[in-house]
Design a protein around this ligand. Sequence first.
Ligand code: SAH
Length: 341
Amino acid sequence: MTDLKSMLPKEIEEYLVNIGEKPFRAKQIFRWISSGEREIDNMTDLSVALREKLKADCFITEAKIVSKLVSKIDGTVKYLFELADGEKIETVFMRYKYGNTVCVSTQAGCRMGCTFCASPLNGFRRNLTPAEILEQIMAAMRDTGERVKGVVLMGIGEPLDNYDNVLRFLELVHHPDGLNISHRHISLSTCGLVDKIDRLADEHLQITLSVSLHAPNDDIRRATMPVARKYPYETLIDACKRYTEKTSRRISFEYALISGVNDSDENAHQLGRTLSGMLCHVNLIPVNEVKERGYKKSTRQQVARFTEILNSYKINTTVRRKLGGDINASCGQLRAEHREE
Ligand code: SAH
């Protein structure tokens, strides 16, 4: 079966030519799909004969809402979607002043195994297709009836562990005949797959790269992030430097503050020395206390202290504002709960 939603207009064109149809129909089909249409029968500007041919050979990926939580605090919406094969994924719709942003998952489950994160709790199932990543945005738009300005690849899964599908998604999502979402409003977060960061640098995209650092040195990083055993701390920092040199884009480092693990003054100084002079930004996040994990978030005073120390190294630092605090809006939590039920 042909996955229409994963195809770029030029690929739909080739496909149409192969089945003896006119190539200009591709643009019509792409626009229908981008409008969120899921039924080939509803593509009324295509001939009935073409619609029948498409129906026999193609499908349009759909994400069905299994559950939905709406935050009473800030209107954040968290979805649990079901895919065609029954896999469940999470997506979060957030309302910011500059526009709505959707946080998408890139895999069903995750194989990175970070010790503070809820995503790996159910194990790794499979990569998502480009259409399944795109459809999370479309499904959220259909449900809320609102437009989406930005996308963050910060849901379940490691985007760079599903490299080709994620790259194709990035191409689809900013297509002018499609959702037309600017790469400048897209952030991709990685736990630090060094070879893939280098590959991404060569694509010269205008997206923002976020790196989940969460530690000031190799020992602490290895204790919480198994990926650090494969890619040591220094090799990751070097890859980030190469990335900023090649793309001239500022990297955003994510740092979840865990009480007694990575939040001491000394940890802040070490991080400050490491990042000093880099084209970067540090985003501090008091760790989300996932019940299976047992970590405690840093105190408010320690978060302020950490920020102050980083600032003394002239490192641009912000503390992440938490959205959807009443609906467990953070990664993996909903999927993990669904399994328990
Ligand atoms: N696999 C990618 C994409 C996930 S993004 C990555 O690791 O970057 C989700 C972000 O939330 C990552 O920065 C992740 O490290 C962070 N995160 C996971 N669990 C968390 C928790 N309990 N508290 C705070 N941040 C967490």
